[in-house]
Design a protein around this ligand. Sequence first.
Ligand code: FAD
Ligand code: NAD
Length: 473
Amino acid sequence: MTNSTQLAVIGGGPGGYAAAFLAADLGMQVTLIDEAGHPGGVCLYRGCMPSKTLLHVAKVLTEAREARAWGVDFGEPSVDLDRLRTWKKGVVDRLTGGLGQLSSQRGITYLRGRGELVDSTAARVTAPDGDRTDLAFEHVILATGSRPASPPALSLESDRVWDSTRALELPEVPLSLLVVGGGYIGLELASVYAALGSAVTVVELTPGLLPGADRDLISVVARRLEAVCEAVLLETTVAGLAEEADGVRVTLQGAGGDRSDQRFDRVLVAVGRVPNSDIPGLERTGVQRDARGFVVVDGQRRTAEPTIFAVGDVVGEPMLAHKASHEARTAVEAIAGHKTEFEPAAIPAVVFTDPEVAWCGLTEAQAKSEGRTVQVCRYPWAASGRAVTLDRPAGVTKLIVDPESEQLLGVGIAGTGAGELIAEGVVAIEMGATVSDLRLCIHPHPTLSETLMESAEVFFGQSTHVYRPKRSR
Ligand code: FAD
Ligand code: NAD
């Protein structure tokens, strides 16, 4: 049967559903296509939401243990994995069910199935039961997301080798877990499993965890991870995996080529993600892909084919839910004929480890590599009353400032709650704030948000809680 729609959206993640919802709000007739029962995508079903649910549990376990030092002893925590899985599923069901409701309230046609392109004006959707629907469209937005990368040395068909989706299902708490990749997923899930009781080893190919982020921020989380993990091995990779009766034998390889074998109960592979740009029928359109497989788009998220737009993980990094949703809004506005462009000054990045690390705008590393002169001011959390009341004095808030205009170019935060705090940096950068603006805004006391204001005071050498000896004249 052939239907028609003004806008078809293939993929129901944060890119796809944000696009569909805005388009419907703007009065378009919209069809949203995804294989799952409700919108949500990777983020809600097997990414952001299940991982943050488990990280919250990890935080509770950690704080309960830390409370002993404050005179509060809850005893040894016991974890009921069945109830924990049910709780996590409940969170996902509640959120995806809510999106389903928001979709139908907006009058969006939701087609459950796998979408393919017939050409640049029509799609075909194959439902889980094999039923096919042909759909003519005026425009289509591709929001098909990404999937875990699985290089040959790390590919082993075994229940003992997990990707992030499997690890988030929480099949068990292994005695020993090797996490391959010290990026976002590796470190978040290492935090979860270490808190649940696994002896976790992290191996990272490059000389530092979370490559690309500023080292002074990462060192805060690295110190803590080293304390809760069995080992964190840098400049190390996996040369091979072999299943044995009692686990997985892993051949680790250091920077110098030296090899050693170790056995782990389970191995989690988290070495990046690849775009789902292998959409059937794409070759029948003018859509281009780059060398890494990302769909090539312009500033409005339009592909080389005028009727086809693409947003989210499938168009490139950073592969973050909020980036996908904002790109989606740009694409829909462009389709609606608005004058629009995706040109954020600051996309926040948050790694929800313990403690969290967050940054936005220009990083110090980026400024250095671009040969750009910046002034960096840091406020150590040991000087924050709030951080001390939380027994979390390890942390830093830093500002990256243009020394001439005193405009704020970047913000970085490492410490508990950094993910919530970074939003103030995004607002300040997007509004073109100067470091003076930040200093003059009265922040509530005692809060961690004061560290942003006081790091601005550091810029002027006048931070209330940081003593800077006067230079002798
Ligand atoms: P996706 O969310 O990947 O959705 C794409 C959808 O399209 C999927 O449902 C897929 O099944 C569907 N699809 C694909 N092909 C077809 C087809 N041919 N027909 C029909 N449907 C199709 N980001 C954050 O910002 N914060 C976090 O805390 C965070 N945590 C994460 C944790 C994990 C473990 C993972 C894996 C990712 C995390 N991310 C996080 C990244 C985030 O999930 C992605 O950036 C985001 O989901 C991308 O949104 P998207 O709309 O581009 O695609
Ligand atoms: P990643 O790119 O963040 O990290 C992968 C890490 O693996 C890198 O540090 C890389 O150097 C390392 N690596 C690559 N090959 C290796 C090898 N053979 N041996 C050892 N280490 C190796 O990728 P990810 O952690 O898989 O996450 C994918 C993406 O999902 C992230 O980039 C991010 O965009 C998104 N994500 C975001 C969040 C969040 O926003 N909090 C959470 C999870 C995932």
